[in-house]
Design a protein around this ligand. Structure first.
Ligand code: NOJ
Length: 796
């Protein structure tokens, strides 16, 4: 009890001190304990009682994680894990999966080690465990926390059946540069959307009670700002102002901690010159002192040992820096296990530092109920049952973004397809490739369960469906190189489409297109080789001969529907100009084919919206809608800025428009939604009222949204604000609310959003979240281009 009070003491002092500053400074940056379970007396009493019995080596043992299965990074160690477990020197293991494998090590730890401390088994569960759902970027396109909840609940159940109590998910890094392959694991470019979904991931996995038989602990990654890698090159340095760091990049992590995240993963990158895995400002000052985080921090794979490459010291030095900064557990680097003890014995590292790290790890283990239920009961082998498929399909249906559906002369809009579609030619290297449709980092998911587009369209069209692969995904020799470079390679070998002679395959596809009434082209990039970790790209087009294929098929003059299958925003400018209908389908998982068919045939009305801007050219990257203003805006609001040959000395490109090809929040429906003029409940509010924590909301903004078409549909209503006069310049637009609204044809719904400190604040030059007198422009609509406008004044 006293100990927990002491833990909170610095926070209390800070809280009281800031309270005296009055309403000038908002105190909401100080939060109470992030997870009441981890702060509970019951858990902490058990932790303290155990700690008192532990030797230094046993404490350090809790701070060590090994991969005894496959490797998900370079330099995997090859130690005698059985012996280490028996000696109580393996706090955690990664990549050990299944009841049998986990129970094996658990028996050694629980029955043979001196203090019987169970091992915590962690795993990368990224978009489903055995049932593979759409990739996280696609899930973000649903703008639906309920979809994320479905994924996390199913994943947790399946992971627990495999002995996994801790998932290395969610990744909440803001990703504004699709050259970075890990954008696929993110929720995209926006801190508001990213934070809303971060909360959903955490509560879905943990359910506000880690000890439930179907809960798993999360590890929120990669803390911090890993997504801002310079030039989009993975593992690269990041460098940004503290205001941008806090206002943009830290927001989703803060939301995840506020939702009770049990653990965080420290990232590989350096931030403003200091590697994050040795950065006390990030790992202690912000995470613990400001946010009240009570869980533990695990390093990313080998990130502690890699501090040597960052040139901040030798092995013992970097281990000391890491543990003192706040990295509690060393993932796979085998540095804590080898160099910490001697430094504690020689008083280079205070014993209290190791005690505190061990305390944090044990707290999570007790809260998980691991001491009471360390083993996993074997269950029948996994099967993709119809119930699981229903879940995967329902979620995937919500993630496909209809980018374009222009009328074709004499035919009208191509989508949705009708039964009278006639002969349909399905063409493309991604149309019938199970492995590729599963998506990157599909973990324990198996390609054999994937329903391809070819299978699903055959179910609907029978022999009216014609098929040709059209070309390879990559040129032959690149396939070879990438297979060797990919850590996922072993799993993917054998599932890859055979190498093709591209010219011949294109000729065959063109001949097939000519015989058909309509073409569905399934193009993109290789999820197995080009997406996810260590998969940055310097170009963003379709890979291999796919662009040639697209143009050759287009030249037949047949109506074409393009389905883009990729884990990042690709550069599809040519297609956007020449192809009338385009569906962004990402990597949809096991129900890929069915979900694409559901949308193509209109059984499901598309509702997804882009979580990241699609560029016109790769040179625009990083491209995002919430840009800061410039002194030379070519056309006012940057998000609308077209190329303007009339004005030379403006902030613009000479060769492409500044704007996105398809902007953040964009997505069409088979119906049409119209918005009335939005209204605010009060035209002006005093600043003191906004700053007063007693008022969550000081006004509301509302709009009527009408389904003006003839089919039911779901609209994601989006609220954007612009602070027009702050002491620190603010983005030209920022998302501050959204709601999914399902409307019958002709139906109108009034949608309202609160406006309060949370929506209106920004970081001032003193790094305090605050609100000043100003006018906020407010837009409501179906994308970041929303035009229905109103305003709110904040006055002295
Ligand atoms: C490295 C990755 O960056 C991280 O996301 C992952 O959780 C770990 N490896 C463990 O596989």
């Amino acid at each position: 009890m006293t100990r927990s009070l002491l833990r909170f003491a610095p926070r209390l002092v800070l809280f009281v001190a800031l309270s005296f500053l009055g309403p000038l400074v908002a105190i909401s940056q100080i939060q109470p304990a992030s997870n009441p379970q981890l702060a509970s007396k019951q858990v902490n009493d058990r932790v303290e009682a155990l700690l008192q019995q532990m030797t230094l080596d046993e404490k350090i043992g809790q701070l060590v994680q090994f991969s005894a299965g496959y490797a998900t990074g370079p330099g995997a160690s090859n130690l005698k894990y059985d012996e280490l477990a028996e000696r109580g020197q393996v706090g955690s293991m990664i990549n050990v999966v299944g009841a049998e494998a986990t129970n094996h090590y658990q028996h050694l730890a629980v029955e043979k080690s001196r203090l019987h401390i169970p091992i915590l088994f962690g795993l990368d569960v990224i978009h489903g465990h055995r049932t593979t759902f759409p990739v996280p970027l696609a899930l973000a396109a649903s703008w639906d926390p309920a979809a994320v909840e479905t994924v996390t609940r199913q994943s947790a159940l399946e992971a627990r059946a495999d002995g996994v109590r801790w998932v290395f998910s969610p990744m909440v890094d803001i990703a504004r540069d699709p050259r970075w392959g890990r954008i696929i694991e993110s929720s995209g470019e926006d801190p508001y959307l990213g934070s809303a979904l971060a909360r959903a991931w955490v509560t879905g996995y943990q359910q506000d009670d880690l000890s439930k038989p179907d809960s798993v602990a999360v590890s929120v990654k990669h803390f911090a700002a890993y997504g801002a890698a310079i030039a989009g090159r993975d593992y690269n340095a990041t460098d940004m102002s503290e205001i941008t760091l806090r206002q943009v990049y830290l927001e989703p992590y803060r939301a995840a901690v506020g939702a009770g995240a049990a653990t965080m993963m420290s990232s590989f990158n350096s931030l403003n010159g200091i590697p994050v895995s040795a950065n006390p400002f990030i790992l202690t000052k912000i995470l613990r002192d400001e946010w009240g985080f009570d869980g533990f921090v695990v390093s990313d794979w080998g990130a502690v040992a890699e501090l040597i490459n960052h040139s901040i010291g030798d092995g013992p030095t970097v281990a000391r820096k890491a543990i003192e900064a706040g990295v509690d557990m060393d993932m796979e680097g085998n540095l804590y296990g080898t160099v910490i003890a001697a430094q504690v014995r020689s008083s280079k590292i205070p014993a209290s530092v190791v005690d505190e790290a061990a305390r944090r790890v044990l707290r999570v283990k007790f809260a998980l109920g691991l001491f009471d239920h360390p083993y996993t009961t074997p269950t029948p082998a996994y099967d993709a049952t119809p119930e699981r498929r229903v879940l995967a399909r329902k979620v995937a249906d919500e993630t496909l973004v209809l980018l374009k559906n222009d009328p074709v002369a004499g035919v009208g809009a191509l989508l949705p397809l009708t039964a009278k579609a006639g002969k349909v030619a399905l063409i493309g290297p991604l149309a019938d490739n199970q492995r590729e449709l599963l998506g990157a980092w599909s973990g324990q998911g198996e390609a054999k369960y994937v329903v391809t587009l070819r299978q699903a369209l055959t179910e609907r069209l029978g022999d009216k469906l014609l098929y040709a692969p059209g070309c390879g995904l990559l040129p032959g020799e690149d396939n070879q190189v990438l297979q060797e470079a990919s850590f996922n390679g072993a799993a993917a070998v054998g599932h890859h489409a055979p190498l093709l002679d591209d010219s011949q395959a294109i000729a065959e596809a063109v001949a097939l297109a000519k015989k058909s009434d309509l073409v569905v082209l399934a193009l993109g990039e290789s999820s197995a080789w080009m997406e996810g970790e260590a998969s940055s790209r310097a170009t963003l087009g379709f890979t291999g001969a796919q662009q040639q294929l697209l143009q050759a098929v287009s030249a037949t003059g047949k109506p074409i529907v393009l389905v883009v299958l990729a884990g990042r925003p690709l550069e599809i400018s040519w297609a956007a100009q020449h192809i009338p209908a385009i569906l962004e389908a990402w990597s949809p998982g096991v129900e890929a084919g069915h979900a694409v068919a559901d949308i193509l045939f209109g059984d499901v009305n598309p509702s997804a919206k882009l979580p990241a801007s699609l560029p016109r050219a790769v040179g625009q990257e990083p491209l995002y809608y919430a840009q800061l203003p410039t002194g030379r805006p070519a056309h006012g609001d940057l998000s609308h800025m077209p190329r303007d040959a009339g004005e030379k000395f403006m902030s613009r490109y000479m060769d492409v428009d500044n704007s996105a090809l398809y902007p953040f929040g964009w997505g069409l429906s088979y119906t049409r939604f119209t918005y009335t003029q939005p209204t605010v409940s009060r035209a002006q509010v005093p600043v003191g009222e906004v700053l007063d924590p007693a008022h969550k909301s000081v006004a509301t903004v509302g709009v009527d949204v009408k389904n003006s078409g003839s089919v039911a549909g779901t609209e994601v209503v989006q609220l954007y604000l612009r602070n027009t006069a702050a002491s620190v310049e603010q983005p030209v637009r920022e998302l501050k609310g959204f709601a999914r609204v399902t409307l019958a044809p002709g139906e109108t719904r009034h949608v309202e959003f609160p406006l309060g400190f949370d929506q209106l604040n920004f970081y001032n030059a003193d790094i305090h979240r605050t609100v000043e007198p100003t006018t906020y422009k407010i837009w409501l609509g179906g994308s970041s281009l929303a035009t229905a406008e109103t305003a709110l004044k904040v006055v002295e």
